[in-house]
Ligand binder design. Structure first.
Ligand SMILES: *Cc1c(COP(=O)(O)O)cnc(C)c1O
Length: 458
């Protein structure tokens, strides 16, 4: 018989986690203002809040930390990381930052001005935040297919070229600092962007004289899907695919907390020295000297090793197989999820799960709270709460889909944990008609409200 698939690693260190009672969770979530960001980690049994910075480092990463060089300037850890980044991405110029949004802050300080338009596939929340904070506008050009969770489309992260051309042709090039492509596209469900689309975006941007930047937090998972779903690439190595992807960009921002498999870190990489020089000023101002940028030497060492492991074929296979496993269980239970499954998470379509709840009552959040109450599983809402208010009208922005994201940390949970998550959702689905009302906001911040919002039950 054919041998079954198994993980490409074994476990050397464990952390105990504890189940709680429903009574405990009812008290805790009330005290947290029905916002799971306000829960303590000890109040959570299985934590699928995010895959960001929550991965397990390898023995090689931990050992690399022991030989970190903590020199202020010119540390060997910096050069080691710079070499790995060049080898993987092909970019010559590089600046470390303490995380992904810091990379955005530095690069956008260099490139984005008031009144600018920044087209892209669904901008990540901090990316959008950094654009809107500078009084510029993010123009979402994602393909419409991403909005229909029942539709099977291999690359729902793709940019709709007609929408992009519409933006590029409506404004002078000086008003468009760059096109930003998020790989994979987090907001639509960890959905990949095809190589064909990356190439076409590059060609179109060239015609309009506009640069292209990748928000590359999950570039390796994106490469995996190109290999799996794009015919011409099935025989190419992950490394070759990654190199070709980045060949279509002028620069990248990276949250290393995702495919870099470290708990903290980020960077910017550039093709042009000029941008690197300009951004260096802001890096020194906001992050630190250009050879550490908010990272310690040991953390740069761990990241250099993490990037090598994060682009390894067997690792990626293990990673995506686990997401597919969870997705498969949920489909078996008829739970509505984004089709096909993406890279770092399963996205439940809360609007189809609880169709009787009005959107003003935060349908996704209602399901997040139910899931926590049912099994101590912490997920996150990617819906109206996250979409926030329109900066002009201050009205709620209603996104196309009310998602609940089950983000799976890298190398942390087993498929037994995934069984618990799926069973909990099934129990809720079976009694979904009993969930009659949602939530209203008691307190919220003026920008990125979902992190700190406080809610009450209606
Ligand atoms: C996480 C993330 C960011 C921001 O990075 P942080 O490290 O959390 O600051 C930006 N873009 C995407 C696509 C992300 O997933």
């Amino acid at each position: 018989m054919e041998l079954p698939f198994a993980e490409s690693y074994k476990i050397k260190m464990v952390e105990a986690i504890r189940k709680s009672t429903r009574e405990e969770r009812e008290k805790w979530i009330r005290e947290a203002g029905y916002n799971v960001f306000n829960l303590t980690s000890a109040q959570v049994y299985i934590d699928l809040l995010t895959d960001s910075g929550t991965g397990a480092m390898s023995d090689r990463q931990w050992s690399a930390m022991m030989v970190g060089d903590e020199s202020y300037a010119g540390a060997s850890s910096y050069y080691k990381l710079k070499d790995v980044v060049r080898d993987i991405t092909g970019f010559e110029w590089f600046l470390p930052t303490h995380q992904g949004r810091a990379a955005e802050n530095v690069l956008f300080s260099t490139l984005v001005r008031e009144g600018d338009i920044v087209p892209g596939n669904s901008h990540f929340d901090t990316t959008k935040g950094h654009i809107e904070f500078r009084k510029a506008t993010a123009a979402d050009c994602t393909v419409d297919a991403a909005e229909d969770t029942t539709l099977d489309h291999p690359f729902k992260g793709n940019i709709d070229l007609l929408k992009l051309e519409d933006v590029l042709s409506s404004y002078p090039a000086e008003r468009i600092p760059f096109v930003i492509v998020t790989v994979t596209c987090n907001s639509s469900g960890g959905q990949p962007v095809s190589m064909d689309n990356l190439r076409a975006v590059r060609e179109m941007a060239n015609r309009y004289g506009v640069p292209v930047i990748f928000d590359a937090a999950r570039f390796a998972e994106n490469a995996w899907f190109i290999k799996e779903r794009e015919k011409l690439y099935s025989d190419k190595s992950i490394k070759e695919i990654v190199r070709e992807m980045f060949s279509y960009a002028d620069a990248m921002t990276m949250s290393s907390k995702k495919d870099g498999i470290v708990n903290m870190g980020g960077f910017i990489a550039f093709r042009k020295e000029e941008w690197f020089r300009e951004a260096s000023v802001y890096n020194i101002l906001f992050e630190g000297f250009i050879t550490y940028g908010g990272m310690s030497g040991r953390d740069m060492n761990a990241l250099a090793q993490g990037l090598v492991e994060g682009t390894d074929y067997e690792y990626l296979r293990t990673r995506i197989r686990q997401i597919e496993y969870l997705d498969g269980l949920l489909r078996q239970y008829n739970i509505p999820v984004q089709t096909p499954v993406g890279g770092h998470a399963v996205f439940v379509d809360a609007g189809r799960f609880l169709p009787h709840l009005p959107r003003e009552e935060f349908v996704g959040q209602a399901l997040v709270v139910e899931l926590y109450l049912e099994a101590g599983v912490r997920a996150t809402e990617i819906g109206t709460l996250l979409a926030d208010r329109d900066p002009e009208t201050r009205e709620n922005r209603y996104p196309a889909v009310e998602f609940v994201r089950l983000a799976v940390p890298r190398r942390v949970y087993t498929n037994n944990h995934m069984d618990v998550v799926a069973a909990a959702l099934k129990n809720i689905y079976d009694r979904r008609d009993e969930i009659r009302r949602g939530y209203r906001i008691v307190k919220e911040a003026p920008i990125m409200r979902h992190f700190t919002v406080e809610l009450e039950k209606i």
